[in-house]
Unconditional design. Structure first.
Length: 130
């Protein structure tokens, strides 16, 4: 199984930790991580996923964080990104693992979610591929 990973760079330190979890889980499942793509933020994730799926990968894992802000911006982006990722899964008939924490997560809520969200995103891709 050949998988790509799309990482939002806005919270790079935390997302790099999530990426390490995905790499560890990929080894356990004999998944080849073919490409890791860093994008500026969550809004760019669907385009990068589409490109990886068009390149023939078996699935994509997405990693990122959408923190709570003072406006509804994160909610709008989160809903738009999730909808776009659902459409891409159906168009390509290949799984996309949602490892984006939020929207609306507080800084205190990020840390305990890093490992479980990253692991679950890879596990979902593996389960849906098989």
């Amino acid at each position: 199984m050949r998988v790509g990973v799309v990482c939002g760079a806005y919270h790079r330190d935390e997302v790099e930790r999530m990426l390490e979890v995905v790499k560890q889980r990929a080894e356990v499942h004999d998944v080849e991580l073919v490409e890791v793509v860093w994008v500026p933020g969550a809004f760019e994730v669907p385009l990068a996923c589409n490109r990886l799926l068009e390149a023939g990968l078996d699935g994509v894992v997405t990693l990122g964080i959408l923190e709570r802000g003072e406006t509804q911006h994160g909610q709008v982006i989160g809903g738009s990104v999730t909808s776009a990722l659902l459409v891409l899964q159906l168009q390509h008939d290949r799984p996309i693992g949602l490892g984006i924490i939020g929207p609306g997560v507080t800084p205190e809520q990020v840390e305990p979610r890093l490992v479980p969200h990253a692991a679950a995103a890879l596990e979902a891709v593996v389960a849906m591929h098989r």
